[in-house]
Write a protein that binds this ligand. Structure first.
Ligand code: CA
Ligand code: CA
Length: 150
């Protein structure tokens, strides 16, 4: 291997010539001839095992890491049935490089979440299974016992 010619995925094709820099593809297949290797054109598989743990208005989300060549990040989405709002939770894409996310729900009482995996080429997987969380019913006040003074 030439010094000074990086080959990040170690597939024997230096980065400058590699049509898929982060994924090993020594054969450099490019069926649709768009300059991007076939292995780069496939989105990663969706994450599984999504779990949501609501604690004090914060929802802790975690899931099984997706094992895909080149590594993936994750996008996190929240659907709020009360307002029919689907929101992307993240400052940028991917929302996180780790299989976990913390969502501050605020006043929302119930929400559904799903996550996707995103590879380094921005290709996004199908959504994971959804999980639903709710912070129970609004507080129930026990009837006051009125003491009548004689
Ligand atoms: Ca390479
Ligand atoms: Ca490659």
């Amino acid at each position: 291997m030439d010094e000074g010619c990086p080959d990040r995925d170690e597939d024997g094709v230096v980065d400058d010539l590699d049509n898929c820099v982060y994924l090993p593809n020594p054969e450099q297949g490019d069926g649709d001839r768009d300059g991007l290797g076939d292995v780069c054109s496939e989105p990663p598989p969706p994450p599984s095992g999504l779990t949501a743990m609501p604690v004090d208005g914060v929802v802790q989300l975690f899931w099984e890491p997706v094992d895909a060549a080149g590594g993936v990040g994750y996008n996190v989405y929240r659907y709020t049935p009360d307002t029919s709002e689907l929101r992307y939770l993240g400052a940028s894409s991917p929302a996180t490089w780790h299989p976990e996310f913390l969502d501050e729900l605020g006043p929302v009482v119930s929400a559904a979440y799903y996550v996707t995996a995103v590879n380094r080429y921005g290709l996004e997987s199908e959504p994971s299974e959804q999980v639903m969380v709710s912070f129970g019913t609004p507080p129930v006040y026990l009837p006051l016992i009125i003491r009548n003074h004689p």
